[in-house]
Design a protein around this ligand. Structure first.
Ligand code: 4NP
Length: 167
């Protein structure tokens, strides 16, 4: 996770959940929004993926989109499945819960690159049980809670990564 970040070698972050339609697209949208706001877009490449194939090709869930839009953030993702090659590709991979983490551990050959995989709520000042709860089967309040958790976590994450930028 710790390396110098330059414009020639931007830092690649991938947010991962199960379906890649609720939590990880929201995290991707918030993080990219913060990067843009801080005028750091040359220094980061931001993506998201899901460990399941359930929703490949779909846009973000309408409740996730509605919640993010209410906070001035657009979600542009198209669901894709997380692949073993993503473990090579990205500098930092953020899992929303323990199940996502386990699914990625299964993809890794001999534990290669697992040091790049962290839990999103490791960056939350109020981590509770350490997981971003799955909002898929619940109501709007669950989506708002996910947004709040991800906003706090993304802000803290970007604060840490910004320290690594060599301008
Ligand atoms: P996500 O939410 O992992 O945050 O995108 C889910 C989306 C779909 C399903 C479960 C969770 N599903 O079971 O289809």
């Amino acid at each position: 996770m710790k390396r110098t970040i330059t414009k020639d070698d931007p830092y690649k972050v991938c947010f991962v959940c199960l379906g890649n339609i609720c939590r990880s697209p929201t995290a991707e949208g918030i993080f990219q929004h913060l990067v843009n706001e801080r005028k750091l877009s040359s220094y980061f490449i931001v993506d998201s993926a899901g460990t399941s194939a359930y929703h490949i090709g779909e846009p973000a869930n309408s409740k996730s989109q509605w919640t993010a839009n209410r906070h001035g953030i657009k979600l542009y993702s198209k669901a894709r499945r997380f692949e073993a090659s993503d473990l090579d590709e990205f500098d930092l991979i953020l899992a929303m819960d323990q199940e996502n983490l386990k699914n990625m551990q299964r993809l890794s050959k001999n534990g290669r690159h697992l040091d790049k995989v962290k839990l999103m709520r490791d960056f939350d000042s109020q981590p509770e049980n350490g997981e971003v709860p799955d909002p898929y089967y619940g109501g709007m309040d669950g989506f708002q809670n996910v947004f709040d958790v991800l906003k706090r976590s993304c802000e803290n994450l970007l604060d840490e990564l910004e320290e690594l930028i060599e301008k």
